[in-house]
Structure formats: C-alpha cells, structure tokens
Design a protein around this ligand. Structure first.
Ligand code: NAP
Length: 348
C-alpha cells in the first residue's frame, strides 16, 4: 500500500483511506469492526469519520459511527497503528449535534470545543490526528454546486477566529493537525495566508468530492494541492456507486444507496450518460468499472488519499484490490477523453 505525506506534517498516510459514513445506518457495529480489522490487515492506516455520521444525518443516529469506531479502539488497543480523522459539522440546521441550545451548527470557538470533546469521548481516544472543518461556516454551497451566487460576507465566523480555536485544541493535545473539507480555492488560500501571518495552524488537506464524473477539483484546487501541499482527500470516488456499473440498466438494486436514499444520487442524475461511457470504457480496457474509477482517483498527483466506502465485505475487498492494478497510458488517455467529452457532469 502506497504511503503519501499528509500536508507538510511528518505523517504518512496510505493512498487509500477507509470511509465510515454508512456505519450505524446501513452497517452494524459488528460489520464496522470487521471492516476496520480487514482494512488494517490489508495495510490501510487511515480512517475517516465525522461527528454527524452516519448519513443521512438524523438526531436518532448521530454519533453512532464514531461510537462504533470507539468500541473497536477500546477492544483492539492499537491506537498507534492508524491515523484517525474526524470532522466538525459546518453551518447547518442539524442542531441535534450540539448539546446546548444553538440555532445553527457553526464554527464558533465554543462549538469547535464542544465538537472536539464529544468526538474524543465517542472515539474513546485522547487525540484526533486530523480534525477537519466538514464544510464552510459561511454561506457557500458546499454540496450541490451549480452556479455561483454570492453570500453575505459579513455573516461568517472570521477565519482567524476559527484557526485560533483550532490552535488552542492543538495546544491542549486533543488534536494533532487540521484540515478542510468542501472548501473552495479562495477559502483554502485565505486559511493558509492567515496561518502564515499569525503563526496559526496550517491546513494539511482538503476533503472534497472527486471521481471520473466530478472533477471540479482539477480546475482550481489541484494546483493549490501541488504548490501548497494541501492535498485532496477524495470522497465519493465511485460516484456513490454509479461507477460500479450496478445502476447501468437504469434501476436501483434492492438495498443499494440509490434504492434506500435516492436523494443522495440526485446530484448524479446529470451523469448517467457519462457513467455508462466510463463503465463501458473500463470493460473495454479489461477492467471492472470499479477498478477503473478507483485507480483513476488514486493515480492523480494531487490526491493524498482516496476515501473508499463499502456496505459489504466483498465490496470492501474489491475496492482495496482495485488499487493494485497499474495505471497505464491507455487508461489515462481514456480518462482524458471522458473528461473532454462530458467535462464535469456531476452537480457536486
Ligand atoms: N467530506 C464530505 O462531505 C464527505 C461526503 C461524502 C463522503 N465522505 C467520506 O467518503 C467516504 C466514501 O464516500 P462514498 O460512500 O460516497 O463513496 P463511493 O465510493 O462513491 O460510494 C460508496 C458506496 O457505493 C457502493 N459500493 C461501494 N463499493 C462497491 C462495489 N465494489 N460494488 C458495488 N457497490 C459498491 C456502496 O453503497 P450501497 O451498497 O449502499 O449501494 C458504498 O457505500 C464516506 O464514508 C465518508 O467517510 C465525505
């Protein structure tokens, strides 16, 4: 398993990261533990979660994913064997994530402090390696991007205050490094500039959607990743399953994400034609659609790690195996053709 530097830290993470957001909704605690054991056995050293998981975010289930990881950490006593990443919820109406009476989840110092303490408790650990801002505190649409509409720039937590709160958590030893998620090019550069100017923590990564059919990152943040070492932690590399071929006939297999939570695939409606072409191209290249899609993401120079997700052990095995193929010039040429044909069809 290939190791890559996490930002400008001395940490090396595997180029494949284990995603967790189905645990506590589609997957039981025992299944979560089985996935964790297997992934570590296969050499993966990077785990990604969030305080709001599982998805869809609901008051009744919130925190279950971290608790399942916590019971595994307590049972295995192997905390030094992996890099653990979690996230504080961005601006939203999911107020159940907080104990106190808040009208929105925000990145205020008080909410960041509460989020860190609650995650540490659920995860049953005394430190988080990578603490990420799940999506911006300001009115920028982190998900479902189509056209740019401006927001009230006065109505946002000052970025230096966010960095200040994160800095105090690092001083306490609760978190080691900080990262972004669903952050724009402007936001990324602004966080870096403020950190440098005021001696505050430097963001080490940006976790964003990325796949053969969701390539907005290429257009702006890829260059930042390369020049500034704020690498991409790519999520939804299979376009939520569309790039496995299982939706090719237009239906949703029973029990799949498309069947259970069709709202999640909404942003991929516009990708149907592109996905069919990606999957047919994979087969022509002698690959499975999953292999082509996952290896494409991992082979980008600006990607630090590819966050995979699975609801069954056979999916997990296939997804880890997919990274073992060699990425060839023919595959690159086909990925390029697909991009030039469809550009960036996902509204994600
Ligand atoms: N920062 C963010 O805002 C954000 C957003 C989304 C995700 N994430 C992170 O990224 C991780 C991965 O995201 P994702 O789940 O959207 O990734 P994905 O790889 O695009 O989709 C994974 C889903 O596709 C299906 N699948 C996976 N492998 C398969 C296979 N080999 N054959 C057939 N179906 C397969 C499974 O769903 P079904 O079996 O239910 O169909 C699985 O849950 C999450 O767990 C989370 O840690 C972060």
């Amino acid at each position: 398993m290939e190791l890559r530097k996490l930002g400008r830290t001395d940490i090396e993470v595997t180029s494949v990261c284990l995603g967790t957001m189905t645990w506590g909704q589609q997957n039981t605690e025992a299944e979560a533990h089985e996935q964790l054991d297997y992934a570590l056995d296969r050499g993966i050293n990077f785990i990604d979660t969030a305080e709001m998981y599982p998805v869809p975010g609901r008051a009744e289930t919130q925190g279950r994913t971290e608790s399942y990881i916590g019971s595994w950490i307590a049972a295995r006593k192997n905390r030094d064997k992996y890099i653990l990443a979690t996230k504080v919820t961005g601006r939203s109406g999911m107020t159940w994530v907080r104990k106190g009476n808040v009208s929105q989840t925000r990145h205020t110092a008080a909410q960041i402090d509460e989020a860190v303490e609650a995650s540490l408790k659920r995860l049953r650990t005394d430190y988080i390696d990578l603490f990420q801002l799940h999506w911006p505190d300001r009115g920028l649409p982190g998900f479902g991007f189509d056209s740019y509409y401006d927001y009230d720039a006065q109505d946002m937590e000052p970025l230096e205050d966010i960095l200040g709160a994160l800095s105090r958590q690092i001083e306490k030893g609760n978190i080691r490094h900080v990262g972004l998620s669903n952050e724009s090019a402007w936001g990324t550069m602004k966080f870096l500039e403020l950190a440098e100017r005021a001696g505050l923590p430097r963001m080490v990564s940006n976790q964003c959607v990325y796949s053969l059919v969701a390539r907005r990152f290429d257009y702006d943040r890829a260059e930042i990743a390369m020049r500034e070492d704020v690498g991409l932690l790519a999520y939804s590399p299979l376009a939520m399953g569309m790039l496995t071929g299982k939706y090719d006939d237009g239906g949703s297999p029973k029990g799949s994400r498309g069947d259970l939570f069709p709202q999640f695939l909404e942003g991929y409606k516009s990708t149907e034609e592109a996905c069919l072409d990606c999957n047919a191209t994979a087969r022509k290249l002698g690959l499975t659609p999953t292999e082509f899609a996952l290896k494409f993401v991992e082979s980008r120079a600006f990607v630090t790690s590819n966050i995979i997700g699975a609801t069954t052990m056979s999916q997990l095995k296939e997804n880890i195996d997919a990274h073992e193929i060699d990425w060839t010039d023919d595959m690159e040429a086909e990925a390029d053709r697909l991009h030039k044909t469809y550009r960036c069809p996902a509204s994600r």
